[in-house]
Write a protein that binds this ligand. Structure first.
Ligand SMILES: [Ca+2]
Length: 172
């Protein structure tokens, strides 16, 4: 019985997908290495994401949200959407691997006409990782969602005209 119990616990530990939320960069990189290693995805600088998608971090130019999205669409995709811990962690790993210091990036979240959040690629909005006290819709001015606000992986609604690095996703 005791052995059986231990086996079950070990199996659960192996099956458990570790959440990368609210961890230091070195902890995140450890999880990334074990669970979300970088895998090439067709073209240079594109990396595999679950759900048959590829993601790429654009950081050489910093763009307002609308221009970031235009660039993603030109690449055949859209700003990245995230629907579970796995996808979220893959985006976080992509940025944490590339930048030592916290890099704030646009992701696909935006407020729609009813002020509710939605993903720019039209997929359902059902998963979030807001920073503490966010989204605050500061001065009723913040319609776009960034990641890595204050801490790795945390989301914030922000002013869409701010220029930031961004993450695109496309089928692949
Ligand atoms: Ca905010």
């Amino acid at each position: 019985m005791r052995c059986g119990g231990v086996t079950v616990i070990l199996l659960l530990a192996l099956l458990c997908i570790q959440d990368t939320t609210a961890k230091s960069r070195s902890e995140i990189l450890g999880i990334c290495l074990r669970q979300y290693p970088a895998r090439k995805c067709g073209a240079p600088e594109w990396y595999r994401m679950s759900g048959n998608r590829c993601i790429k971090l654009f950081w050489k130019t910093r763009e307002p949200y609308i221009d970031a999205r235009r660039i993603c669409r030109k690449e055949g995709g859209d700003l990245v959407s995230m629907h579970n811990v796995e996808e979220y962690s893959q985006v976080l790993c992509l940025v944490a691997r590339s930048f030592k210091n916290l890099l704030r990036v646009w992701v696909g979240g935006q407020r729609g006409t009813n002020y509710h959040f939605k993903w720019s690629d039209g997929t359902p909005w059902k998963f979030t990782r807001w920073a503490p006290r966010q989204p605050d819709f500061f001065f009723l001015h913040e319609f776009c969602v960034e990641m890595n606000y204050g801490d790795w992986g945390r989301w914030n609604d922000n002013y869409c005209m701010d220029r930031k690095a961004f993450v695109c996703a496309r089928k692949g």
